[in-house]
Ligand binder design. Structure first.
Ligand code: PLP
Length: 339
């Protein structure tokens, strides 16, 4: 294990020692089982495989200067998984079961939590899917809930840097009254064509518009969007975006440092008024946006021409990662120490 080069980890998969699993059958969850296998035995007629009855979560554990492992807002991930389960009619994972499973898998893999100061974290991936045989389109009767962990490097190696985004005019990730607010696999499958298309054109990711009218900003690939102008943090309100826990936290931090905050529909034209723009989510915390290009009009909205993030988002970023690692006081009560 001492062979892991913590400062040079990528945001990829590295095998750890254990994962945890739990099965739902006959209307009840069984006990949490610990496994060393990287494979799962799934029925070939499982609804998770055929009909997208699947949801997941993404969260991180960080090592503090004090040698304590910290989880960030796990309750919000637990509640979001319950909401996703309701969205595609799956058995819900009770908050207590979620907590027990997260704590167990992190403790079992303690040696994979990257050291303080490396910039790396232990990524935690809870997964829930319809299991057991079901041929007609119907909710499953059995479910598997599992969590694996993997150490990941900082999203931006060599420091946080602005990236460019391409507005998606050809593809939507979610329908107006569809499943956009849930963290279900189908949304990610639906987003792939747009993401790969943007990458092939040299952009870091894609900016989705509202699917109904194509007038408002929805979100950025797997992250929420925010813009800053006139000392105000502005983020889209939409029925088809994932409620980001990072975004919710940045709003609180923004308020605490004297910014006004607004969550409301953000029309495309407003992109030209922002002084700073960024994408936020667990993986990168904040990805500052250098420019946004609209392929329909050829218009570019430019926020940074150097390789520096905007000053306000840098302040928000430092505060948030400070709280997550324990360098800043946990004034909002967001952190759980893994004892
Ligand atoms: C579609 C989408 N939007 C936003 C986010 C950011 O959410 P969070 O801040 O909870 O990680 C994610 C990542 O989880 C995502 O997949």
């Amino acid at each position: 294990m001492n062979t892991l080069d913590w400062s040079n980890l990528s945001f990829g998969y590295i095998k750890t020692d254990y994962n945890v699993r739990c099965h739902y059958k006959n209307g009840a969850w069984g006990d949490i089982e610990v496994s060393t296998s990287e494979s799962i035995n799934v029925h070939m007629a499982a609804t998770g495989l055929h009909y997208g009855q699947e949801a997941f979560e993404g969260m991180k554990a960080n090592m503090g200067k004090d040698g304590k492992i910290r989880l960030f807002r796990w309750e919000d991930n637990a509640r979001r998984l319950i909401n996703s389960a309701r969205g595609v009619l799956m058995a819900e994972v009770p908050e207590e079961l979620f907590k027990e499973a997260v704590l167990k898998v992190v403790k079992l893999n303690k040696k994979f939590v990257p050291p303080y100061g490396s910039g790396a974290s232990l990524y935690i991936r809870p997964l829930l899917f319809g299991d057991g045989p079901m041929v007609g389109v119907s909710p499953a009767e059995e479910y598997t809930f599992m969590i694996f962990v993997t150490p990941v490097g900082p999203y931006f190696k060599g420091g946080i840097k602005p990236v460019d985004m391409l507005i998606s005019r050809e593809y939507d990730r979610a329908a107006p009254q569809g499943t956009g607010t849930f963290k279900v696999g189908g949304n990610y499958a639906a987003s792939l064509r747009a993401i790969v298309d943007a990458r092939e054109k040299g952009f870091a990711n894609v900016l989705f518009l509202d699917a109904k009218e194509k007038k408002y900003i929805d979100e950025c690939g797997p992250a929420n969007f925010f813009g800053i102008k006139n000392n105000t943090y502005i983020t889209p309100k939409s029925d088809s975006i994932l409620p980001s826990i990072t975004n919710k936290s940045l709003i609180k931090i923004a308020e605490s440092i004297g910014l006004k905050t607004e969550r409301r529909p953000v029309p495309i034209e407003e992109l030209s008024e922002f002084e700073e723009a960024g994408a936020c989510g667990t993986a990168a915390v904040i990805s500052p946006i250098g420019k946004i290009v609209d392929p329909d009009t050829g218009k570019s909205y430019v926020y940074r021409t150097d390789s520096e993030p905007g000053p306000i988002q840098m302040k928000l970023y430092n505060k948030l990662i400070g709280i997550q690692s324990g360098d800043e006081p946990d004034t909002f009560g967001w952190v759980t120490i893994v004892e």
